[in-house]
Design a protein around this ligand. Structure first.
Ligand code: OKP
Ligand code: ZN
Length: 346
């Protein structure tokens, strides 16, 4: 299987984050991608190619112009060193009844565009996020032309980012941008299945009122787990999109035997939708020793995951999302991809 990745994606490297009332080293570190690259060559997954240059119009098919403009401008603002070189983190948010316009203050703007305090912006964030999205777009182009499985080694990840806001280590929604690019190329319906431990609230939001993209997510129950305010089963879509959003929350400590039958059910619903292409938002933070999650997948369970994702026999691309157990992230990701490749008829 071919991988798409750019070294520019490594530039985003915030030193720390706020985690359960403590300042800790940033979990979503560039080392994640380095470990995955190492496993790709160790297991001989296939070639690693650079993404093509990104047309900014492709981003704006998913993200609002003011949001894209903010993200680029605020990265430049950090680079200009006006507040020192510390990454920017918001500290003040609106409640829905607070309706004043977007302020001029950079901290006011951060509060407007962010939904959490765990997603710092550095001088290199914009460049890395745009490169990550380019990898997804280039993978989508390869998928559309070759109809062969492909892996977008995206990082920073994307599934928490919506059209006009960021959070959860995510700035641009790589999977959504890939899906939109497929549609704009004339693909016909696209399905996205999100197997990250966390609910893909951004992807849900982007396609919530649409039926050209089916979004299905299995994740930790938002009553206990991040992102808390999205991911319940009754969130099934709106307007034209009713019935085209599927949420399957799982209890704390879920293991593969609990997960597998629910994933099978989701895959059958995706099959009924008859997508022309499948996008997998691949998070491996379901792993038993993930430092920020509590599911119990073993490394072998990721082979089973890869096999299960292959049941549709549809052209499929994988977009990297979460997974923070640095030691095993490579084997878990490449294990999933190799098992998919072995099983898929394509
Ligand atoms: C991103 B992805 C504690 C707060 C929670 C956000 C988790 C984002 C996960 N630091 N942090 O879905 O793996
Ligand atoms: Zn996650």
């Amino acid at each position: 299987m071919q991988t798409v990745f750019s070294e520019t994606q490594l530039l985003h490297d915030p030193p720390h984050e706020l985690h359960c009332a403590q300042i800790v080293p940033y979990f979503e570190s560039p080392m994640r991608a380095e470990r995955i690259l190492e496993a790709i060559s160790r297991h001989g997954l296939g070639p690693i190619v650079e993404p093509n240059a990104l047309d900014p119009a492709t981003l704006r098919r998913v993200h609002s112009p003011d949001y894209v403009q903010f993200m680029e401008a605020v990265s430049k603002y950090v680079a200009s060193n006006k507040q020192g070189d510390a990454p920017l983190i918001p500290h003040t948010w609106r409640q829905p009844e607070m309706v004043s316009p977007v302020p001029d203050s950079v901290f006011g703007q951060l509060g407007h565009y962010a939904f959490d305090a765990g997603t710092p912006i550095t001088a290199e964030t914009w460049a890395a996020a745009a490169a990550s999205a380019s990898s997804a777009v280039t993978a989508a182009e390869f998928l559309f032309e070759q109809r062969l499985p492909v892996f977008a080694l995206c990082r920073p990840p994307g599934h928490h980012a919506a059209a006009g806001y960021y959070g959860g280590y995510c700035y641009l929604n790589n999977a959504a941008i890939a899906a939109q690019h497929l549609l704009d190329s004339g693909s016909g319906p696209v399905a996205i299945v999100d197997v990250d431990y966390h609910h893909g609230n951004g992807t849900q939001s982007i396609f919530y009122r649409r039926r050209d993209v089916l979004f299905a997510s299995l994740h930790a129950d938002p009553r206990q787990a991040y992102p808390y305010f999205s991911g319940h089963p009754h969130e099934t879509g709106e307007a034209e999109g009713v019935g085209y959003n599927i949420n399957v929350p799982l209890p704390p400590g879920s293991d593969w035997p609990t997960y597998a039958p629910l994933l099978r059910e989701v895959m059958l619903r995706i099959r009924e939708f008859q997508p022309k292409f499948l996008i997998v938002s691949l998070g491996v933070d379901t792993f038993e020793s993930d430092p920020i999650a509590d599911f119990r997948f073993s490394t072998d369970d990721f082979f089973s995951l890869g096999e299960e994702l292959a049941v549709l026999d549809q052209p499929t691309m994988f977009v990297m999302e979460g997974g923070y157990a640095i030691q095993q992230i490579g084997d878990n990701v490449v294990g999933t991809l190799k098992a998919f490749e072995r099983t898929s008829a394509l």
